[in-house]
Design a protein around this ligand. Structure first.
Ligand code: NAD
Length: 442
């Protein structure tokens, strides 16, 4: 659905009024385009991550800046290795690095702070300082504006070489609507793709709820990344499903995920047609909004069943029957409602918080098999689901975030593609919000 206010704000007359009246000013976000170049990037800090990061940056089509900042050197990204900060006195180093250069960050710029997971620090003082980085990054994300993003990446000791897919994602236009996030990377075997534009070449991906909206976009992006995509949706959506499957040169699979025999049929389909799946995206979801006192049992049960219980049943069969290939990836779609809660959505928020619980509870067991499981939690995304909201609720959802606009389905899809990459083996058990740093539940 069109954001008419943003279209107006980008027009000549609109720009004038927005400035004069101090109205929300939604910037044009830099999104991924093949072959797009990027830079310059300033890299600072002096911990164990600076050198590995410099090696990664050397491989990207970017230039490195001198780090002196100023109008002559407007940076596209500022990266700071804070892993060497051992106590709260040392936090001054982030001020010293960012203060002189932050105002020279370009529109749709990127800030990435690298640190050590507090729970793995060797002293309370170091853990305190590393935890403090979260507040810095989340606040910076809220003040840099103009479509720029800020993230904190905690890299566990031993995972220094596992950061490339994450840095590529966070620096690129693929992460346009992801800001204020804390990503955790652990040690893992990383399968570096021959071609970073086709990391899923030769892989099979299954996407549920693929007939429309976010699911259709996920199918398109995973196909663009090289995957053969099996597009799954209910039989009633058969026509739209076939259309999406044809567009991505994939396969359509009509299946109601809540049917008793759905896990069995899915397992048989994977085993006979593909031997295994490399990526499984649990995207299908429904809403049946009502305040709790007015909600009938079916509205409660159906939302839980589609959004959460079906994911549990399918994961059980995927793992029990070894239906995920080497470097297999499970990505679940949760929601900011599952983090912040939402009036009229006790059923939906319960299911989406449950999805986060499922990811967190399963991450350890899947890691032992060399697999990963992660969740994305979209905020306000421009789809039929949000177009159906009452106007004032819709406008609130759109503007109450650091980007002053709703995200697009492709923003969720790009985030899932990063988590689905064979190079993202160190990213496990994460919940990444795709919400433009929504103020809800922040
Ligand atoms: P949508 O309603 O446009 O698409 C959902 C798809 O899931 C539909 O094609 C539907 O047929 C399919 N589906 C529903 N029940 C199914 C079942 N039993 N078996 C198989 N397929 C089934 O929704 P969307 O906006 O594209 O949302 C996609 C996901 O993102 C959902 O999980 C949703 O909760 C989540 N989400 C969306 C937003 C948003 O702003 N749109 C925000 C947060 C989270």
């Amino acid at each position: 659905m069109t954001d008419r206010y943003a279209t107006f704000a980008h027009s000549g007359a609109g720009r004038f009024l927005v400035k004069r009246l101090g109205l929300p000013d939604p910037p044009r976000l830099r999104r991924y385009e093949p072959g797009s170049e990027f830079g310059p990037v300033t890299l600072g800090g002096a911990g164990r991550l600076a050198e590995p990061t410099r090696h990664i940056l050397d491989k990207l089509p970017i230039s490195l800046a001198t780090g002196k900042g100023g109008a002559d050197e407007r940076c596209a990204a500022l990266i700071f290795d804070a892993s060497g900060i051992a106590d709260s006195d040392g936090l001054g180093a982030i001020y010293e690095f960012f203060h002189p250069v932050i105002r020279s960050l370009r529109a749709s710029g990127r800030v990435v702070v690298l640190g050590s997971p507090p729970e793995l620090c060797t002293s309370a003082r170091e853990a305190t300082a590393q935890r403090a980085l979260e507040g810095f990054v989340r606040s910076l994300g809220k003040e840099i504006g103009r479509g720029s993003t800020a993230q904190l990446v905690y890299v566990a000791p031993g995972a220094e070489e596992a950061t490339e897919s994450t840095l590529r994602f966070l620096l690129s236009g693929r992460s346009a609507y992801v800001s204020g996030q804390v990503v955790r990377i652990g040690p893992a075997v990383v399968d570096v793709p021959d071609d970073w534009d086709q990391p899923l070449d030769g892989k099979t991906a299954i996407v549920t709820g693929a007939a429309r909206g976010i699911g259709a976009s996920i199918a398109h992006v995973l196909a663009r990344e090289g995957a053969h995509v099996v597009c799954l949706d209910v039989p009633a959506a058969g026509e739209e499903l076939t259309q999406v499957a044809n567009e991505v040169k994939g396969t359509a699979l009509q299946l109601d995920l809540t049917a008793d025999d759905a896990p069995r049929r899915l397992a048989d389909f994977i085993a006979t047609r593909h031997v295994h799946a490399d990526v499984f995206v649990h995207n299908a979801g429904i809403t049946r909004d009502k305040t709790l006192g007015r909600m009938d049992e079916n509205q409660w049960r159906s939302v839980l069943d589609v959004n959460l219980c079906s994911q549990e049943r399918i994961n059980d069969v995927l793992l029990a029957e070894n239906l995920l290939g080497e470097h297999g990836r499970i990505v679940s779609v949760s929601s900011v409602s599952g983090i912040a809660g939402n009036r009229g959505q006790t059923n939906y928020a319960t299911s989406k918080a449950g999805v986060i619980g499922l990811v967190e509870a399963t991450a350890g067991a899947v890691a032992e098999r060399g697999l990963t499981i992660n969740a994305v939690a979209p905020g306000f995304i421009e789809t039929k689901m949000t177009a159906a909201m009452p106007m004032f609720v819709r406008e609130g959802g759109r503007r109450l975030n650091s980007m002053s606009q709703g995200g697009l389905p492709v923003d969720v899809a790009e985030t899932i593609a990063w988590l689905a990459s064979p190079a993202s083996g160190g990213v496990n058990g994460n919940v990444i919000r795709v919400c433009g740093q929504s103020l809800l539940g922040a």
